[in-house]
Design a protein around this ligand. Structure first.
Ligand SMILES: Nc1ncnc2c1ncn2[C@@H]1O[C@H](COP(=O)(O)OP(=O)(O)OP(=O)(O)O)[C@@H](O)[C@H]1O
Length: 369
């Protein structure tokens, strides 16, 4: 799949821009704060319905205007799709081939995107939240059902936490917990099961990537890290059983803390290289290589699930990678994955060969050079 063109109106610092993209590599070159990431963000927005860097939609609208409009042309399986997104105040509307979608979720599955930004370089050493976000985003893009589960789980979690505080403050009886417990267990177990299934596939792929990047020196293993008694192959019923048991054990403590301390919102993924947990004990180089391996595995994972490579957005990561990792990355994407690369300097892209287009980004305008 690839995005052949994009029209932006009143998006961030762009007032009006029409871009025709290369099927392979598109370089967005410019100084800081000119609007390079804004282009990536607009692609992400039209693909997923949301931004990768803010939850506040109004931030995306040009400061001088009341609304924004994006139109993209997607070529997929030799078919043409016109994607449109408009945001007027808080009112978001998405159309595919002129048909308005009743739910934003219905956008999923058209334009799939993998984004790799400097934040992802901290995927391994950063907080568990980053790794949860990584796996959740990945599954959400191929499964609207998973996205629905995550959103429902978040609501149940909030309600349960409120109730725990009320019980602690003697404003509600303990018996009320059981309703929320059941929902937490049901939704949470489904989420964990989906994560385990994806992790098995992702584990095989990232192991392969890590081995290739390190010339066979490092074998990466992914393991689901949770307080529940389970392994990568546990069934949904086994997860439920363990969840129920542990939740019971923790009940008094959770009331005291006024917070739910067990469940997918607390879980993590451990990354083991040659028997060492590199989240804590890996060298910076090892951690970066593993982050790259995970991202490349994500591309292959999506290809496996949807039959086509997604679009890849590389936000300012080239300058952060050394020459060998850079050239490995370029070799991987060459001629098969449409990629958008932002950089302040073309010199980081020395190894680039083949088909590409360069856009010079300056103060909210993009000029093809
Ligand atoms: N809603 C908005 N309306 C108008 N301008 C905006 C809006 N939001 C951000 N900007 C402007 O967009 C610019 C930032 O663009 P962007 O994040 O794409 O930078 P960049 O070119 O990727 O820079 P860097 O290399 O530093 O990451 C800033 O000048 C900022 O003031």
């Amino acid at each position: 799949m690839y995005l052949s063109q994009l029209y932006l109106k009143n998006f961030r610092n762009y007032t009006e821009e029409h871009l025709k993209f290369n099927k392979n590599i598109n370089l967005l070159i410019g100084s800081n704060a000119q609007g390079k990431t804004n282009i990536l963000e607009s692609i992400y927005l039209i693909g997923t319905g949301g931004s990768h860097r803010t939850n506040i939609d109004s931030e995306l609208i040009n400061w001088q205007k009341d609304g924004l409009y994006l139109k993209g042309e997607l070529i997929k399986d030799n078919q043409d799709y016109q994607l449109e997104l408009s945001l007027l105040g808080r009112n978001k509307e998405i159309k595919i081939n002129s048909n308005r979608l009743s739910r934003i979720n219905d956008l999923i599955g058209y334009l799939n995107i993998v984004i790799f930004s400097p934040e992802d370089l901290s995927l391994v050493k950063g907080s568990p939240n980053l790794r949860r976000k990584f796996i959740d985003l990945e599954i959400s893009q191929i499964s609207p059902y998973y996205r629905h589960l995550i959103s429902k789980y978040g609501k149940v979690l909030k309600q349960r936490n409120n109730l725990l505080k009320e019980i602690r403050d003697n404003k509600a009886p303990k018996e009320m917990l059981s309703v929320w417990d059941q929902q937490l267990i049901d939704l949470g177990s489904k989420i964990i099961k989906k994560r385990l299934e994806s992790l098995i596939k992702l584990g095989i792929l990232s192991k392969l990537m890590q081995r290739k990047i390190t010339n066979g020196l490092e074998a990466l293993e992914l393991k689901y890290d949770t307080e529940l008694d389970l392994d990568n192959n546990s069934s949904e019923d086994e997860i439920k059983e363990s969840f129920k048991l542990k939740l019971k054990e923790k009940k008094e403590r959770e009331i005291y803390q006024g917070a739910t301390t067990l469940g997918p919102h607390r879980d993590d993924i451990s990354l083991i290289v040659n028997n060492i947990d590199i989240r804590k004990f890996g060298s910076q180089g090892q951690q970066r290589t593993a982050a790259l391996a995970l991202k490349l595995a994500e591309l292959e994972f999506m290809k496996g699930e949807i039959g086509e490579y997604p679009i890849l957005l590389l936000d300012d990561v080239f300058s952060e990678l050394d020459i060998s990792r850079r050239s490995y990355l370029l070799d991987t994407i060459r001629d098969k994955i449409q990629t958008f690369i932002t950089s302040t300097d073309l010199k980081h892209l020395d190894g680039l060969k083949g088909n590409h287009k360069i856009f010079e980004i300056k103060n909210g305008s993009a000029i093809e050079v």
